[in-house]
Design a protein around this ligand. Structure first.
Ligand SMILES: Nc1ncnc2c1ncn2[C@@H]1O[C@H](COP(=O)(O)OP(=O)(O)O)[C@@H](O)[C@H]1O
Ligand SMILES: [Mg+2]
Length: 381
């Protein structure tokens, strides 16, 4: 059982800074995800926590003990590598037993522990086989079993599901989350897959270019993103984001493009001090589920659009619309849109839910105004 405390972690490779200003406290038993695009520094951060890479600066403490420059074997950390790192010449039993043999446990205890994790990971039948004889899904289970078999203070997992097909990944998400909560060991899981992080994490750290952009619960990351990058990285299909000019009109402040203007809630405009930004170009964000579409253009103040492409996913319908120079994707239930045309060029009207509009600074990418309907964790609790 252990808390992980990381202060001002820094890693440079020559003149290149791979990781900087990482500051996190992972609570005892927490399942934390490090999420970001390829090359953003996730593996480097994990390897520093494991002791496989020496930091260029900063401090790492596990269970209150400074381990920054401690060798891996003195950290009591279990790890699953992206390529699993199994020994080909050893059986599955031998691979799982290995970390226990290194610690010189007696044979009976080793066999008991290996059999127990093999049952948990449902690989009992494979214990006498070698890695070459296993499927991708079994290999991954063996790698996880080898991590679980030790009474480690901390588990670290680097994209463990990247070799699995979509269906297996879906199963493993639920299973791994269940196992993590059952064993209760503080775990950091690295992934570039937002769905994995959103569905499994207690909290998510979003990284980009070696820096942390946000550290919060999945719901808060999704509803109250700190930057445009975070907003666009989570959610599928992506949030629509486009340039607007904040303009004072006789109806109060609107967000205008050359082709249409979106009325803003004037209370929200006041609360976020948007009058100070009158005349500025900012980025407006709206998720696909918060744009409704209809056939006519006469109700309320909808936006005139033409259908660019229709993408039925089975459970729901995606409509990609052209609204003048702006392209937006909308996501609707199949029943709501059953009566609408589906051909390229079909004229439609789009209606943006003003309670779910986000604004981002065009230069810094920082969120200027969170959606009026979004809630913080404190409000949710
Ligand atoms: N040993 C190394 N030497 C030089 N550059 C490295 C080394 N390891 C990683 N990098 C660079 O650091 C950045 C972060 O890498 P990595 O942590 O592997 O990213 P991620 O796991 O998020 O894909 C990348 O630009 C990568 O090329
Ligand atoms: Mg990596």
């Amino acid at each position: 059982m252990a808390e992980i405390q990381i202060d001002n972690l820094l890693k440079s490779f020559g003149a290149f800074t791979a990781v900087s200003d990482v500051n996190i406290t992972v609570k005892d038993g927490e399942f934390v995800f490090l999420l970001g695009p390829s090359g953003c520094g996730k593996t480097t951060t994990l390897r520093m926590i494991a002791g496989l890479e020496m930091p260029s600066g900063g401090k790492i403490a596990i269970a209150g003990r400074d381990v920054t420059y401690l060798r891996p074997r003195y950290r009591n950390v279990g790890m699953v590598f992206q390529d699993y790192g199994l020994y080909r010449h050893m059986t599955v039993f031998g691979n799982i037993a290995y970390p226990l043999e290194v610690r010189r446990l007696d044979r009976a205890t080793i066999a008991e522990k290996v059999n127990a994790v093999a049952r948990t990971m449902q690989i009992t039948d494979a214990l006498n086989r070698k890695p070459d004889q296993l499927s991708a899904g079994q290999l991954q289970r063996v790698a996880i079993a080898r991590m679980l078999v030790r009474d480690a203070d901390v588990f670290l997992m680097d994209e463990p599901m990247s070799h699995l097909d979509a269906q297996l990944r879906g199963q493993m998400r639920a299973e791994l989350r269940h196992i993590q909560k059952q064993v209760g060991v503080t775990t950091i899981f690295v992934t570039h897959d937002q769905l994995e992080a959103m569905t499994m994490a207690d909290r998510i750290i979003v990284m980009k270019d070696g820096q942390m952009l946000q550290f919060a619960t999945p719901r808060e990351i999704f509803e109250r993103p700190a930057t445009e990058f975070v907003a666009s990285f989570v959610g599928e299909p992506q949030m629509n984001v486009f340039d607007v000019t904040l303009t004072q009109s006789d109806r109060g402040m609107v967000a205008a493009t050359p082709d249409f203007a979106i009325a803003l809630d004037q209370d929200w405009v006041r609360r976020n001090h948007l009058a100070d930004r009158a005349g500025q170009i900012v980025r407006l964000g709206i998720r696909p589920e918060h744009i409704a579409i209809q056939a006519g253009v006469d109700a309320g103040h909808p936006i005139a659009a033409t259908l660019y492409s229709f993408e039925p996913t089975g459970a729901e319908n995606l409509y990609v619309l052209r609204c003048g120079t702006v392209e937006v994707t909308t996501r609707t239930s199949t029943t709501d849109t059953a009566h609408l045309g589906k051909d390229h060029g079909t004229p439609l009207a789009a209606h943006i839910d003003q309670n779910w509009i986000y604004l981002f600074d065009k230069q810094t990418g920082h969120t200027i105004a969170q959606a009026a309907a979004s809630r913080t964790d404190e409000e949710e609790a």
